[in-house]
Design a binder for this molecule. Sequence first.
Ligand code: ADA
Length: 567
Amino acid sequence: MKRIFDEHIIRKTTYLDGGWKFTVDSEKVGENKGFYNGLESYETIIVPSVWNNKLSLFNYQGVCWYQRDFFFEGTARLVFEGVMTECKVWLDGEYLGYHYGGFCQFEFIVPDLKAGLHKLVLRVDNSFDECSIPQKEVDWFRFGGITRSVSVERLQGVAVTYGKIDYFLNEDRTEADIIFTAELYGADSKKETTLSITLDGETVFSKKVALRKNSKETVVTDKITVKNVRLWDTSSPYLYTVVFSTDTDDLIDKVGMRTFEVKDCALWLNGKKLELRGVNRHEEIPSLGMSVPTVCMQNDLELIEDLGCNAIRGSHYPNSRIFLDMLDERGILFYSEIPIWGGGFNTEALSNKTVLERGLNMLKEMVKYYYNHPSIIFWGMHNEIITESEEARNMSALYYSFLKQNANNRLVTYATCRYNVDTCFEYCDVICINAYNGWYSNKIDDWYSFPDKFNSRRIELGFGDKPVIMSEFGGGAVYGNKTFKNVRWTEEYQANLIKTCLQIFHDCPYMAGSFIWQFANIRSDIHINRFRSFNNKGILSEYREPKEAYFTVKEKYHQFKNEENEE
Ligand code: ADA
């Protein structure tokens, strides 16, 4: 999907969205039959979309093939923003490569394509095995397909294929030392050009570069000092425009500068104490799956702002970049994680070499592509895994150390539901707890003793300086199910449960915020025995109809917001 701003003015980009040839390969014979040379019998499918939109493929888990022909001449950069879950790619019958993981971008550069029609073929597989992320058991629907846009870019001369911005603000946040990193690719035979970098139109760096054809080079600038910094904040989210360019190519990005840290067992954004008022949101609309149109994302954001939220947890995977662009623009904070999702991962899976590598690779991709987004305040490693195990400790140690080295003014965390036995707290900057008192277990009133009980444990373990965020809590309600009695599955019960939690968390001195589970109902996996096959804990129905909890949350979050403004 095109980002919210133009990423290129010079570079020609063509979106391959629209009709693609498509065929199902339930027997997995396509590769032997040479489908990569072109599909002989096919129907048409729209890209981006999930194939589950087709009635015959509603619950399909397996392999499908896609083909799109396009006219092109020159060096192509093929960009895939999201293919669920693994795929192999061929161009004109030549194998380009493989990608695992449904939620991150990947690309291939193909030099010197002759003028004419080219045939792009993908084998897409959404089935799972013991090495999959997520594993078999997962509480969302295992959609399949090319779920985000595909584009082809024409690279010329020296092209800028990636740009990264690291900034270090001084103590009073008025000056920033910035380091820019540009990855370059030589698309044509060697010729000298100038790489320049501008920040809000002012040239801050320029250097002569010359690359051999098909070679790569990374340019890292010295620290460049910028004075009178305009900060990115929730109330005034200022974004600088950064342009990396050569004579023949360009890459445009936005960056916001801010600090985000833990101090005195609280969160601080730009030196101001911050309480997170959040919701968990899946990037899903049941009738469209995980291929959500931008306008629907925007509608969700309107509702999230109406609720008085200042934060979203992108449970449980990297969201579309255009969604992050919108968060950057609106000053909404984001918790971005990878789909290592709880229950499914037994200790064997947690120590499986392929799983560990795939997870690390997903983190690398998330960090790479989302690095410059100021809205992201947390990198999330995993959700509800068996954190009392040695295997989880090893995984957490590996992932934490990678993320800490690539934090860029962010904190690292994971969500635990095993907070009473968890042995991984040293691998997070903030403790995130998922708990469902009043729903799966215990009573709503048990929440009152929760803060004291957990406090003893975290102090005993020596983590008294780490703030706690309630990253999930809530309960199910069927939209329209109202009664005189406060019983489970009614809108009243859900509203009451969430209201009680919000006030308790708000009053607890070591808690720094909450993410309600969840913004809207979602389709759940067929293997999980859920009512209607939906996770019904949304404070909105799947069609964004408000349940009573919506209004209760709105009242509470606005109350907290007003208190914050009065301080
Ligand atoms: C877990 C999980 C969520 C959802 C939730 C629930 O906390 O992280 O994805 O499944 O439980 O609704 O039970």
